[in-house]
Design a binder for this molecule. Sequence first.
Ligand code: NAP
Length: 299
Amino acid sequence: MNSSTGPMAGKTVLVTGGTSGIGKATAAGLAALGARVAITGRDVARTQAAAADIAAATGNPSVDPFAVDMSSQAAVRRLAQEILDVYPRLDVLVNNVGGFWATRRLTADGLEHTFAVNHLAGFLLTNLLIDRLKAGAPARIVTVSSAAHSSGTIDFDDLQGEQGYSAQRAYSQSKLANIMFTYELARRLRGTGVSATTLHPGVVRTGFAAEDPGPMWKVALPLIRPFLKTPQQGAATSIHLASSPAVEGITGQYFANSKPKTSSEHSHDETAAARLWQISADLVGLTVGGGNQTDGGGR
Ligand SMILES: NC(=O)c1ccc[n+]([C@@H]2O[C@H](COP(=O)([O-])OP(=O)(O)OC[C@H]3O[C@@H](n4cnc5c(N)ncnc54)[C@H](OP(=O)(O)O)[C@@H]3O)[C@@H](O)[C@H]2O)c1
């Protein structure tokens, strides 16, 4: 299959965090369907190697690497500009980048790292690319969340764990933020032809938590690894939401195993979602009327 044949031929897809795990398998699955695929990763050589692997495995040469550390807002802005410069159309954005880090640390922007990478990076990138997605509608935005969202709450009094950091709490909060962002985005995009969906990929054998697992995951990961889904199995729902005609036009919905699933009660709190959106916009320097912030389409 190459980019001129297959059900995704002529479509351009950006998958963030495409150098390993679920993101790499998602990019490969979409490349195999004929899409032109852009992937991101932090390291130039690793990102180029992943793109070359995907091209070789799928026979689709149209796989483009973008090296960018998405914990930095300046870097996310540079990435968005490069994408706008290189691709005249963008059909699907898969906000996949994310992870679990045991230790609290700050990004170059002075923000808590888990919240910045797992939520704010996708929030900013989506807003910066939204006009290109709208211009080519129908288009899709798929954001990878987790079942871990169900134990999460948005701690508006201490969003960045300044008063006390628990890695699990930070992760669950960020994954709840992914879902609330998706539901709010879907409301804001009503009538534009751009859909926003989110998902739990399953528990998947990847590089997840490997950088800074902390004592609990250090012990648990090797024990549970043999029982986990493969990256290809973990990518199935992302690929389904990014490409299947069966979900065309479906928006504001959480999925697992490629089927709609009910997300936590907190995730449906529209007041909290609007508040989170505003705080996120402030934290990434997007203000209504001052940037590309997604506010159109009749909410
Ligand atoms: N694995 C699971 O069981 C599981 C379960 C539920 C949800 N998820 C979600 O699935 C998504 C993918 O996770 P995964 O399990 O596939 O993890 P992974 O194998 O560690 O992959 C993470 C990807 O994100 C990239 N990345 C990490 N930090 C980055 C940064 N600051 N800037 C740019 N890229 C960065 C990595 O690239 P480089 O290292 O090359 O920079 C890599 O491509 C995450 O959102 C995660 O929360 C995973």
